[in-house]
Design a binder for this molecule. Structure first.
Ligand code: FCB
Length: 452
């Protein structure tokens, strides 16, 4: 029997501005931290940059035609802050807003829900120069930007995400230095997480005040967490990891409090917490967006794990070895998605959930006939969609699913080496080819059911 999905379920694909748009200096756009980072030698594999990427800034009509060809009903994209405010402050750049206006109008004309994210990591460089996310002023600046965008597009766009993966951009950008802005500073990282939480609350209220009819969420990166053994120490470490990686931004927004992740209590002064902040970070989201790629198998480590561990991260390896690996080395483990959907539904009173990203990287290229026969990607989606279907049967209120990604694109520090698309892209010419996985996924979307 085909597994039917609920009526009105959204079938979508996701992208992000810096990963696909190119046109990094077009129409008054300012420099972002990813422009600066990718232009700095040694930061991105093979010296790749997003200067041209998929050139979606110019080719977005082709992207929309592909979505339409697959019969998809939702397109998750992101808005580049430095196109709207080149230095992160002051009046809006009309040309930048107009670009997203044209994109939105074209999606609506194609019968596809525009589903934008306000921040998918391309901070205006001028704001990083003033201190970046660890600097409290950024919360208010971000809320100003959110208000500008919602006032310009909110008449036509009803579903919004504030942030993409706050845990990843703070960890990778300020703690590990693997992503822009490339800082390795535990204290700056902790402060950044708190400022992002404040910005979340401020932006939510600014958006609500600007328009009362929006559905507002955030795309949180989550991993299902399992202890490496039956020991009490591993179980404790696993629970701390869940709270720190999965709930550090969710609980502040939905509950106005931090999860208890640190064994010695919340490091309030290191985080720069001030009176009134807990109320300020509340953002009663209309839906919870979940991006899921991995499970985490967590092991307690002796000692405190050193300065980068923050007293909460001494937990050892991430990922398992039981499932096949994608080209990125990430384990294919569909049950992780079922587990996290069920846990979040239980712990947060069954919120509406959108799966905002899920996908895999495989390098399959066109054969002599121009066909990209990416059977491993089809197997991946089949497995994870079965897990979503099972979670819905178990009570999770899942409203939509977005494949990461519509297009092969600039995969951050990995450059163009990791191909996540259901559409293959020739980065020399910009040519697009729908992969076999895209055809298969389109069939699922049109039937609103997963075939046997
Ligand atoms: C997520 C990001 C997305 C993409 C995928 C593979 O963490 O949100 O931009 O890079 O991973």
């Amino acid at each position: 029997m085909p597994r039917q999905f609920p009526d009105g379920f959204f079938w979508g694909a996701a992208t992000a501005s810096y990963q696909i748009e190119g046109a990094w200096q077009a129409d008054g756009k300012g420099e972002s931290i990813w422009d600066r980072f990718s232009h700095t030698p040694g930061k991105v594999k093979l010296g790749h940059t997003g200067d041209v990427a998929c050139d979606s800034y110019h080719r977005f009509p082709e992207d929309i035609a592909l979505l339409k060809e697959m019969g998809l009903t939702s397109y998750r994209f992101s808005i580049a802050w430095p196109r709207i405010q080149p230095t992160g402050r002051g009046a809006a750049n009309r040309a930048g807003l107009d670009y997203y206006g044209r994109l939105v109008d074209a999606l609506l004309a194609a019968g596809i829900r525009p589903f934008p994210t306000l921040y998918h990591w391309d901070l205006p460089q001028a704001l990083e120069d003033d201190g970046g996310w660890p600097h409290r002023d950024l919360a208010g600046r971000f809320a100003d930007y959110a208000e500008i965008v919602v006032r310009a597009l909110g008449d036509r766009v009803k579903g919004w995400m504030i942030f993409n993966e706050p845990n990843i951009f703070t960890t990778m950008g300020y703690l590990l230095g693997i992503h822009a802005p490339g800082r390795r500073d535990p204290e700056a990282f902790l402060r950044a997480t708190h400022v992002v939480n404040l910005a979340h609350g401020d932006a939510f209220r600014a958006m609500r005040a600007a328009r009362g009819d929006l559905s507002i969420g955030t795309a949180f990166n989550m991993s299902a967490v399992e202890p490496a053994s039956d020991s009490v120490a591993d179980a404790d470490a696993a629970e701390r990891w869940h709270r720190f990686m999965n709930e550090w931004f969710l609980r502040p927004s939905l509950r106005g409090e931090y999860p208890e992740a640190h064994p010695k209590g919340l490091p309030e002064s290191a985080m720069g917490i001030e009176a009134g902040d807990f109320a300020r970070m509340r953002a009663p989201l209309d839906f919870v967006g979940i991006n899921l790629y991995t499970r985490a198998i967590v092991k307690a480590l002796p000692g405190d794990g050193g300065p980068l561990s923050l007293g909460v991260l001494p937990v050892g390896g991430v990922g398992g070895d039981a499932g096949p690996k994608t080209d990125f080395g990430w384990e294919v483990w569909p049950d992780a998605l079922h587990q996290i959907l069920v846990r979040i539904s239980k712990d947060y009173d069954r919120p509406p959930i959108e799966i905002t990203e899920n996908g895999c990287s495989y390098a399959d290229a066109p054969d002599a006939r121009g066909v990209v026969d990416d059977t491993r990607r089809i197997a991946f989606y089949r497995g994870y969609l079965e897990a979503v279907h099972r979670a819905i049967a178990d009570g999770a209120d899942v409203r939509g699913y977005h494949a990461w990604s519509l297009l092969d694109n600039f995969e951050w520090a990995e450059g163009y080496e990791q191909r996540f698309g259901i559409v293959w892209v020739d980065f020399e010419t910009g040519r697009r080819i729908l992969k076999e996985s895209g055809r298969w996924y389109g069939g699922v979307a049109r039937a609103n059911a997963l075939p046997d």
